[in-house]
Design a binder for this molecule. Structure first.
Ligand code: 5IU
Length: 301
């Protein structure tokens, strides 16, 4: 199948991961492939971005560790806004640690109440704890997170042991999570070159229950798979702005057309182009429309 010319909804049927299905159907339902990179440092500012841009986006991308006044109420409110405006939350945590043996964690004290203790064996890896525990308990609220493939496949297995074994504390129904691998970066001089992206691709193919896509700059394809059995992945792409080509710290920008139409990516992630705009709603509608029109053109509508 040619996923490039297929609608997001049709592609949802080619995924087993529930988060992938939710995201793809949400995008068509809401007519948006726009995500905001909410890089602000206070709780109020973050919630304000979620409420202002919520109606225009499919994904709200956070860096929760830059919030100076983080508290649990922030998560409660962010979850409520995600339901109110119908968007998914993506904590851009960029996990990069290994499956390292540690002392058994003291389970009762540090785990959020909705994470069952079973996925934490004696040999729990570092990323397991980084994802489930600590102050932020990312797995308990973030639908999507991401990881660097650099440590090898163990990082995926560790994160999946948490993300695929979560249950809602209220309804006890499964809360499946999804993972994106970082195949490429948008910044100048990034080391994600050569065979790096295709090795990331191979790892993703082997872990499709949890890995449903990539953060990258173009749609990847595997070499050597038989035509017809190539799997589908969802591509979320940062480094998007219409008015600027870059910043003075190496960021390199492309337009929604270049990203969605020419490079075959799915979700445009825009930070300063949105929250830096004078008129938030006007900018949100401009980026939403540009991303959406590029998608319609791509699928021939
Ligand atoms: N980001 C990038 N490039 C990348 C990756 C992540 O810009 O290759 I991986 C993040 C950094 C920031 C957002 O959170 O995406 C881009 O914000 P601006 O649109 O403000 O540049």
């Amino acid at each position: 199948p040619n996923f490039l010319t297929m609608s997001y909804t049709e592609r949802a049927a080619h995924h087993t991961n529930q988060t992938a299905k939710d995201l793809l159907t949400l995008m068509d339902r809401k007519k948006t492939n726009l995500s905001i990179a909410a890089d602000v440092v206070s709780k109020d500012a973050l919630l304000k971005l979620a409420d202002t841009f919520g109606p225009y986006i499919c994904v709200f991308k956070t860096h929760i560790d830059i919030i100076t006044d983080f508290d649990e109420d922030l998560i409660t409110q962010l979850k409520a806004l995600s339901e109110k405006h119908d968007f998914l939350i993506f904590e851009d945590r960029k996990f990069a640690d290994i499956g390292k043996k540690q002392n058994p964690p003291s389970q009762t004290s540090s785990l959020p109440s909705n994470i069952p203790p079973t996925p934490f064996p004696q040999t729990g890896n570092t990323v397991v704890h980084q994802y489930a525990s600590g102050i932020y308990k990312i797995a308990s609220w973030s639908h999507i997170t991401n990881a660097h493939p650099i440590p090898g496949e163990g990082i995926i297995k560790g994160l999946a042991s948490v993300g695929l074994n979560l249950f809602s504390p209220t309804t006890a129904s499964p809360l499946s999570r999804g993972l994106l691998l970082l195949a490429e970066m948008s910044s100048a001089g990034a080391l994600t070159t050569g065979t790096y992206p295709s090795q990331a691709y191979t790892m993703a193919c082997k872990n499709r229950d949890f890995v449903f896509g990539f953060i990258g700059q173009r749609r990847l394809s595997s070499e050597g798979t038989e035509e017809g059995d190539e799997p589908d992945f969802v591509y979320l792409t940062p480094g998007v702005q219409m008015a600027s080509k870059g910043d003075d710290l190496g960021q390199q920008y492309r337009t929604p057309e270049e990203v969605v139409l020419e490079s075959g990516c799915d979700v445009i992630i825009v930070g300063r182009g949105l929250y830096g705009a004078k008129d938030s709603k006007k900018a949100a509608e401009e980026y939403r429309r540009a991303g959406w029109n590029a998608y319609l053109k791509r699928i021939g509508m």
